[in-house]
Design a protein around this ligand. Structure first.
Ligand code: SF4
Length: 756
């Protein structure tokens, strides 16, 4: 069920040739990252050297993983492709929709009831199209991927920002939007700007309280939340090879918090151990055979400054445990300085809740190290003063640590075991508190700690640390407790000091599980019905977008001239709207409601040119659609920046907007618009933005001769009867022009399959 060893062997058999071709065109030794990227070029060997941070390159990822929230629209779109099976191995993981409240069993049962229609849809669509389906309770996407699918030298995309976790097993693993996942499943290439490279040299060896988590907490402090943007971090050195595979995963996981495209470690014996321990000895054997290709060239690591764009060096022997926060993961405090920081800044000293686990930190090693602290407390007759929760990353981990008595160690200090799901990490937490607005502190071994992330309360000061530090502080009930130096007192008045945590990397009796929660897809899915209730408020099957009508677009009304920043969040807001992410009609009621109207400086208030009245943007656009009138959206600089959210491109398309004309685009959003069959245009002269008036009716001319590098014309018909023509540019290549003509990229793929 787990992976396709033949696919891995085929990839490996091409590795040497592809890397040799890349060395030839670059004329130099290669980092691991470059090797994997060049080995995954779309349709073949490297013929040119790519410029880092500049060139956009087409890749062929080996695998797609989707979590249940983002999978909905990705799969609804995929159904439009006309394929009977996904083009690359893909999986769906039901982890994000389970709310933590009382404990694993009750919470899971409630989630299955509340999300039944979503789970039924995902299970049936997976069954039909050859997608592995991990049921609710099976685990968190990234832990399951690490245990089951990740392999050294692979390239995968996932519809979740912490997809990067798989870098711990040597994968270039990148978080993407649903549209990208849909494309790759449909057999299209996947485009990425060739990343910059940051080398992280790890020397020395961890000891005592310091854990892998502390490495990334330290790196976050160095690079800050933006320091990894557009870059891949490649870890190397003797310190790197000394870390467990799951510890490497933790480091890569939290690379998302510094904005990194992804992070990666080279193949080494620790990875081989993990592959063998998780039932994949054949992958380890195949990787061993090409081991030199699955790490950077020695010249690169011997002289990293000559090959990486930036190099950081950390001596693990000197690394202190860290606690990062509050409100941002890059505010890094060495443990010895943290208590003072808490007092100086007036952060609430009482630790209300300690939460360990999640996709970031729930390995066997993490659990055993944290349990060794809990057991010391129990031996001294001490229970945790804070609330304390444990979130296993997968059923396999949960079953194994329960079998080996570790979950019992947490329960003995008052801990509660939550479902194998995201829960409090993503705000799915019915927190027990009598004052939800109270200023308070929590400490997690998760990754993100932005305001409101965990419990929706802006006054919750969330800090991030390793599971063992989190456990120790939860037992003490205080943020100012330093387990390396301070004593606790039990009921008898005896003072105890924790000894250093001790862990076991891999279970001595091996991993075990009774029911991992996996549903294999049907061999032949043709008879499987995809389950979507026509009356559902959360799910709606998509209908193909209409083809271009083979004429210029005349008589378009200006829907909105957006002023200033207009991110994908302004175009398609998140928050309460996310429950409609599988229902395009319903979620379209958030279209552009965050954008500021240039003419009245208000959000969600635009003039309906048919009535002269002001109203919400979605309602105004629906009125144009009902009247059979197309419209155009005008925007400012970097329109559509932010997370790659396909809804931000689908909603305007669905509601009848024909073109988006801006001073400049964020590249990903521009591509998403093109994929949906929209016209994404830029002012040839940015000052022409000022010529757009509120009552304009707009014609787009030149479409019959639409071709690459050839500008189009726009006629602005002003309300006073005057008009003026401006030139607009576009970046459509020949293929993308076909997308526009067909009405959407997926329409072309569907036609190809229909014609077979
Ligand atoms: S556990 Fe947290 S970080 Fe991991 S996938 Fe779930 S929400 Fe994302």
């Amino acid at each position: 069920m787990a992976f396709d060893i033949e696919m891995i062997k085929t990839l490996y058999s091409n590795f040497a040739n592809r890397i040799e071709a890349a060395r030839k065109v670059t004329g130099k030794p290669l980092s691991l990252t470059e090797k994997i990227l060049y080995a995954h070029l779309w349709q073949g060997n490297a013929t040119v050297a790519f410029e880092r941070g500049k060139d956009y390159v087409d890749f062929a990822p080996d695998r797609v993983a989707m979590q249940d929230a983002t999978a909905q629209m990705a799969l609804l779109q995929f159904m439009q492709s006309g394929r009977t099976k996904v083009a690359v191995p893909s999986t769906v993981h039901c982890d994000h929709l389970i709310q933590a409240e009382t404990g694993a069993n009750a919470d899971l049962a409630k989630a299955k009831d509340q999300n039944k229609e979503v789970y039924d849809f995902l299970a049936s669509v997976s069954d039909k199209y050859g997608i592995g389906f991990w049921k609710p309770g099976a685990g968190i996407i990234h832990q399951v991927v690490l245990e089951q699918y990740a392999f050294p030298g692979g390239m995968m995309i996932g519809t979740d920002s912490h997809t990067v976790n798989a870098g711990g097993l040597g994968v270039v693993a990148i978080g993407v939007g649903g549209a990208d996942a849909c494309d790759v499943m449909a057999g299209l290439p996947w485009e990425l700007k060739f990343p910059k490279l940051i080398g992280v040299k790890l020397t020395g060896k961890l000891s005592g309280w310091a854990a892998s988590k502390d490495i990334i907490l330290k790196v976050a402090g160095i690079l800050t939340v933006k320091g990894g943007t557009g870059a891949i971090l490649e870890y190397f050195g003797e310190g790197a090879t000394s870390l467990s595979c799951t510890g490497k995963g933790t480091i890569c996981n939290m690379g998302a918090e510094i904005g990194a495209t992804t992070s990666i470690f080279g193949y080494d014996p620790k990875m081989a151990d993990y592959l063998k321990g998780t039932g994949r000895a054949d992958v380890a054997e195949a990787a061993n055979a090409i081991a030199t290709h699955l790490t950077g060239d020695p010249e690169v690591y011997a002289d990293p400054k000559s090959y990486f764009d930036e190099v950081i060096e950390i001596n693990l022997s000197e690394l202190e445990p860290h606690i990062n926060g509050p409100f941002t993961p890059d505010l890094a405090w060495p443990l010895s300085k943290f208590a003072d920081a808490v007092k100086t800044n007036g952060w609430p000293e009482k630790l209300e809740v300690g939460l360990i686990g999640s996709c970031t930190n729930s390995s066997y090693e993490d659990i055993t190290r944290a349990a060794s602290i809990a057991r010391q407390a129990t031996a001294a007759g001490i229970k945790a003063k804070s609330e304390f929760t444990v979130t296993p990353g997968s059923e396999q981990v949960r079953y194994t640590v329960e079998r080996d008595g570790y979950l019992g160690s947490f329960e003995a200090i008052g801990g509660i075991v939550l479902a194998n799901a995201c829960g409090p990490c993503i705000g799915q937490w019915a927190r027990h508190t009598n004052d939800p607005d109270k200023k308070n502190s929590i400490l997690t071994s998760y990754n993100r700690n932005f305001a409101k992330r965990n419990d929706g309360n802006p006054n919750t000061h969330a800090f991030v640390a390793s599971p063992e530090i989190t456990t120790a502080l939860a037992i003490a009930g205080s943020l100012t407790f330093n387990p390396m130096t301070d004593f606790l007192e039990n009921e008898k008045g005896e003072k105890i000091k924790f000894t250093e945590p001790e862990g076991i990397e891999m279970p001595l009796k091996g991993f075990a599980v009774e029911d991992a929660g996996f549903q294999a897809p049907a061999e032949d899915g043709s008879a499987v019905q995809v389950k979507v209730d026509p009356d559902s408020k959360r799910l709606q099957l998509l209908a193909p977008f209409a083809e271009w009508e083979h004429k210029d677009l005349n008589g378009l009304k200006l829907l909105i001239k957006a002023k200033g920043k207009c991110t994908t969040d302004h175009i398609s807001m998140a928050g309460p709207w996310l429950k409609f992410r599988g229902h395009l009609d319903n979620i379209s009621n958030n279209m552009l409601i965050g954008a500021v109207n240039y003419f009245n400086e208000k959000t969600d208030s635009v003039k309906n040119q048919l009535t002269g009245e002001y109203g919400p943007v979605p309602a105004t656009q629906r009125a144009y659609k009902a009247a059979g009138v197309g419209s155009i959206v005008v925007g400012d600089e970097n329109y559509g920046e932010g997370s790659s959210r396909e809804h931000a491109a689908m909603e305007p398309r669905f509601l009848g907007v024909r073109a988006v004309l801006v001073k400049s685009f964020a590249r990903i959003h521009e591509t998403n618009l093109k994929k949906q069959g929209m016209l994404a245009l830029t002012f040839a002269n940015k000052e022409d933005y000022d010529k757009i008036l509120e009552d304009d009716t707009i014609d787009i001319e030149g479409l019959l001769a639409f071709s690459p590098n050839k500008p189009l014309q726009i006629v602005l018909n002003h309300a006073d009867g005057s008009n003026e023509t401006i030139q607009v540019n576009h970046t459509y290549n020949a293929q993308q022009i076909e997308w526009f003509k067909a009405g959407a990229a997926l329409n072309i793929i569907r036609k190809e399959f229909e014609n077979r």
